[in-house]
Design a protein around this ligand. Sequence first.
Ligand SMILES: Cc1cc2nc3c(=O)[nH]c(=O)nc-3n(C[C@H](O)[C@H](O)[C@H](O)COP(=O)(O)O)c2cc1C
Length: 195
Amino acid sequence: MFDLNLDPYVHFDRLMKEAVAKQVPEANAMSLATVDERGIPSVRIVYLKEVTSEGFVFFGNYDSHKGKDIEQNPNVCLNFHWPVLWHQIRITGMAVKLNPEESDAYFKTRARLSQIGAWASKQSEEIPSYDHLVRRVEEYEKQFDGQEVPRPENWGGWLVIPTEIEFWFGLNGRLHQRYIYQKTEDGWRTLLRAP
Ligand SMILES: Cc1cc2nc3c(=O)[nH]c(=O)nc-3n(C[C@H](O)[C@H](O)[C@H](O)COP(=O)(O)O)c2cc1C
């Protein structure tokens, strides 16, 4: 039985470990939903890179579609779906930019081509052709030849600070179990929801 007395981060950690152990493909891939200034939603997959005591961390381009959405509306929603386990985890919260030092530290760990790509790709912008991107990659490879690639200022991480976390377990007859944690001033309120 799912123990609602346990901290939700303990559950998340256990469930992620189980997903990895059971070789769920791309277990750390999650949907990220944002909303633009007109209220129009968009969703895309990003990788969860770290879980801290404060929340869930992912990285990308601050000038991208998602970056612009978050800039004007920090309310986001994350969703993991692990079909083999029939598990779903939904995290609703506020996205805040990591500080530059934290983004630098992660950027340094990335493969060189990904680092070059962060310079070459103006993520989410229209491009005239794929060749155009390839040429930009070549230009930046020349520019940074023989040196470490620095982090572009418009590339970095966000921390999603949760206001609600839902753990969903699929069961037969659509009688799924939904366990919810809602952030309060002094901890978490817990509840169940009908499936
Ligand atoms: C498995 C997978 C993982 C991805 N991880 C990231 C990521 O960590 N960060 C990122 O910016 N884009 C990632 N992408 C690409 C995004 O889905 C998306 O195309 C990109 O961020 C641009 O989105 P936007 O135009 O809505 O801002 C990933 C895509 C897939 C399929």
